[in-house]
Write a protein of this length. Structure first.
Length: 74
């Protein structure tokens, strides 16, 4: 499904839009404009599903302890 991003100008617009979406039973999220959105919930779960399928099919790599420490910043 496509995503629609709306930037209300003030609290009144935000309140009206929130009420409208709730009345229409549309799923929505409210976040701060300056908060980076890295992945939507659906994208997040899709990446997990893809990774699980790769692991099940044996498409994994092994890394050494030094590489693990570097990756984890230890």
């Amino acid at each position: 499904m496509d995503r629609i991003t709306i930037y209300p100008k003030n609290e009144k617009q935000k309140s009206l839009l929130t009420s409208l979406l709730e009345e229409m039973k549309v799923r929505f999220e409210i976040g701060k404009y300056d908060e980076p959105v890295l992945l939507s919930e659906n994208d997040y779960f899709a990446k997990i599903d893809k990774s699980l399928k790769q692991a099940e099919s044996g498409k994994t790599i092994k890394i050494g302890k030094d590489q693990q420490k570097d990756l984890l910043g230890l």
